[in-house]
Design a binder for this molecule. Structure first.
Ligand code: MF3
Ligand code: CO
Length: 250
C-alpha cells in the first residue's frame, strides 16, 4: 500500500532525519585508514541509544547489524567487519534511524584517506545523479522521470546504474511501495503525490551494473570487481517541491 503521510508523521520523520544527519557527520570524522566498519557499527549503536533512537535495520528480515558498510566492489548490504579500512578504500555507510516511530534512511559514500581520480569521479557522478533524481521528485511527475534523469546522466558519464536494487517508499516500515528504480523512461510509471515519502539511492558502478550475491545472502557485489558508490536521501513530495529530510547542507 502506498501511504501519504500526515504533517505529524512528517515531523517525526524529520526529527529522525536530523539525527541521522548528525550521525553521518560524526562518521565522516571517524573514517580514516585503520578504523574497522565494525567499530563504526558500534559507534552508531551507541550514538543512537544516547539520543533515544534505534537502528531500524538491525533485525529487519534478520539483518544482523545497525549499519550496512559496503567496501569497494560491494554494492550494498555489506556486513560491518573486524578488518581495517585501507588508504584509498571507498566505503558506503547506510542506515535507517527510528526516533519515536519516525524513520529516515540515508546512505553516504566516504573516501578513506586519499582517493584516486577515477574513484573521486565515481563518487561525484553518483552524488550528482542523486541530485538530478531528486529534482524530478515533484508532485505530478512520474516515477520514471526520476530513474530517467539518473540513468541518462550516469551513463553519459560512462558509469553504469545498478538494476537489482531500487529506492522505495518508507514509513511505517523501511521498505514500502512504490519501488523507485534508478533507471527508466520519462513520463512512465506511477504519478507522485503530495505526502508520499520515498528514498532515492542510486548505486553507480565503474564497470558492469550486474551484481552477484555473497554467501551471506545479503551482500551484493559487482561481477567484475569494479567499485560501486551510493548516496541516498529520504524525500517528502510536497506542493513546494522535494523536501529532503536527510539533508546534510541545510
Ligand atoms: N537502507 C537500506 C535501503 O536503503 C535498507 C537495507 S535493509 C537491511 O534499502 F536490512 F539491509 F538493512
Ligand atoms: Co533505502
Amino acid at each position: 500500500m502506498i501511504t501519504r503521510k500526515s504533517k505529524r508523521e512528517i515531523e517525526k520523520m524529520q526529527a529522525a532525519g536530523d539525527l541521522l544527519v548528525q550521525c553521518h557527520k560524526e562518521i565522516a570524522k571517524l573514517i580514516k585508514p585503520g578504523i574497522t566498519t565494525l567499530e563504526i557499527d558500534t559507534f552508531v549503536e551507541k550514538f543512537l541509544a544516547k539520543h533515544g533512537a534505534t537502528p531500524e535495520q538491525k533485525g529487519y528480515n534478520g539483518y544482523p547489524y545497525a549499519i550496512c558498510a559496503s567496501i569497494n566492489d560491494e554494492i550494498c548490504h555489506g556486513f560491518p567487519r573486524d578488518e581495517k579500512l585501507k588508504d584509498g578504500d571507498m566505503v558506503t555507510v547506510d542506515m535507517v534511524v527510528n526516533l519515536n516511530g519516525g524513520l529516515a534512511d540515508s546512505a553516504w559514500t566516504y573516501a578513506v584517506g586519499n582517493m584516486d581520480e577515477k574513484g573521486k569521479r565515481l563518487m561525484e557522478v553518483t552524488k550528482t545523479a542523486l541530485d538530478n533524481g531528486i529534482e524530478q521528485a515533484q508532485a505530478g511527475n512520474r516515477i520514471g522521470d526520476i530513474g530517467h534523469a539518473i540513468q541518462t546522466y550516469a551513463e553519459g558519464e560512462n558509469f553504469s546504474v545498478v538494476r537489482d536494487f531500487t529506492g522505495h517508499g518508507i514509513g511505517p516500515t523501511i521498505h514500502e511501495e512504490p519501488h523507485i528504480p534508478h533507471f527508466g523512461l520519462p513520463n512512465k510509471g506511477l504519478r507522485l503525490k503530495e505526502g508520499m515519502v520515498i528514498t532515492i539511492e542510486p548505486m553507480i558502478n565503474e564497470g558492469s551494473w550486474k551484481s552477484k550475491m555473497d554467501e551471506n545472502n545479503w551482500t551484493a557485489r559487482t561481477i567484475d570487481k569494479g567499485r560501486s558508490a551510493q548516496y541516498e536521501h529520504t524525500i517528502v513530495i510536497t506542493k513546494e517541491g522535494p523536501l529532503l529530510i536527510t539533508d546534510q547542507d541545510k
